[in-house]
Design a protein around this ligand. Structure first.
Ligand code: PLP
Length: 388
């Protein structure tokens, strides 16, 4: 096991609470904050514009993160577009695809709204949206086989659900979709940085910077294996080669998809954070979080009146206390021990409401979570269950 005590020194806030909401957003390590401070205090300027030394240094550091992320994922950095978050990455594909009326998108009943609403919104452009069913938090590739048609352009699917932590058979899904001539968008919001992820084999992958990669909020990226199907949906400065009064020509990707002044400090902080993830090793992080997932599952399952919905070992654990509103339970956990968990429908109404009309309480572990914290959490749930 890696050195947890040393790792936690990177996250001062963790001495003030028990943070079990990493599926929503991660805490940011000291080194990422320091990199952002260095940007502001030492060389802040705009990216890609201007030849003065501050602009050159800013551009160098911003582009370094693209290299770091490319290296981390094992892909050419030129295939990575920085975005505000995973939602933005998915919308870049939804709005950047030239849809023809009758084109089909297949998504699923497991999705976070970020990978559901952008497709539903395309219905207004004549796109047919098909939704694959889920059973016990899992997709069946046979359902995809049945849903595919010669008009299917894209299959948009999550890797790991944010409600249950179930891992989907996405390689098989991609194979089936590709055989039918459809592209595949993978929502890797809950997998990148948490478990080994090979983005090759997918056409698009949505990557938040602020979850498993430990970067600051307001960062993310889109991996695009091929940009040819994507047109620019947001225009402005920083993306053009030439402009005249009659028209314009665009820079090649990825620059053409990053209009305006980007989140420069955030991207620079993200680069520093990814280096920490690399030092820890994604395999080690996965083993650590899985062990904690087992501990939570076993602990909660042993308490009378607790329904655990997630599979054993998932570091995202949804549960409910019989007869208690999930928000009430979350508030009580915070009041008693400063435990931060998420409650409700988790921006995934179709899946979460299928478990309980009011949703669930969700505890999600990160690379910095300790077994002691998990033990305190389980004990506090036991106390709340006993006090009802
Ligand atoms: N997809 C999944 C599975 C998520 O869990 C989330 C956020 O929790 C998102 C997409 C949206 O991510 P972001 O907040 O980076 O836009």
């Amino acid at each position: 096991m890696y050195d947890l005590a040393r790792l936690r020194e990177e996250f001062p806030v963790l001495s003030t609470c028990i943070y079990l909401d990493s599926a929503s957003t991660s805490q940011t390590p000291h080194r990422a904050v320091a990199a952002m401070c260095a940007y502001f205090y030492e060389y802040a300027a705009n990216h890609g514009r201007g030849s003065h030394h501050l602009a050159r240094k800013t551009t160098e550091e911003y582009e370094r993160t693209r290299e770091v992320l490319g290296n981390f994922l094992g892909v050419d950095p030129g295939h990575l577009v920085f975005t505000r978050n995973a939602t933005d990455a998915i919308n870049l594909v939804a709005h950047g695809t030239c849809w023809e009326p009758g084109d089909e998108v297949i998504t699923t009943a497991l999705e976070h709204h970020a990978n559901f609403l952008p497709w539903m919104a395309q219905k207004a452009r004549g796109v047919v949206v098909k939704v694959l069913p889920q059973r016990r938090g899992m997709l069946d590739p046979a359902d995809l086989q049945e849903a595919l048609s010669p008009r299917t352009r894209l299959v948009a699917v999550t890797h790991v659900t944010n409600v249950l932590g179930t891992v989907q058979p996405v390689r098989e899904i991609a194979g089936i979709a590709h055989d039918a001539g459809a592209s595949v968008l993978l929502d890797a919001a809950q997998s990148v940085g948490h478990m080994p992820l090979d983005v090759r084999g997918f056409d698009f992958v949505a990557l938040p910077g602020h979850k498993g990669l430990l970067g600051p909020q307001g960062t993310g990226a889109l991996y695009a294996a091929d940009y040819s199907a994507l047109s620019v949906s947001c225009h402005g400065g920083g993306i053009v080669e030439d402009v005249s009064l009659d028209g314009f020509s665009l820079l090649p990707p990825p620059a053409r998809f990053e209009p305006g002044t980007p989140n420069i400090p955030g991207v620079i902080g993200l680069g520093a954070a990814i280096r920490l993830v690399e030092e820890l090793g994604v395999g080690e992080i996965h083993r650590h979080e899985t062990r904690l997932g087992v501990q939570v599952h076993e602990g909660l399952s042993a308490i009378a009146g607790v329904a655990v919905y997630s599979p054993r070992g998932s570091p995202v654990v949804s549960f409910n206390l019989e007869g208690m509103d999930p928000h009430g339970c979350a508030t009580d956990l915070d009041r008693r021990q400063g435990i931060c968990v998420r409650s409700g429908l988790h921006c995934a109404h179709p899946l979460a409401s299928s478990l309980h009309p009011a949703g669930t309480v969700r505890a999600s572990m990160g690379c910095y979570t300790t077994p002691d914290e998990v033990a305190t959490f389980v004990e506090t749930v036991r106390e709340i269950a006993g006090a009802r």
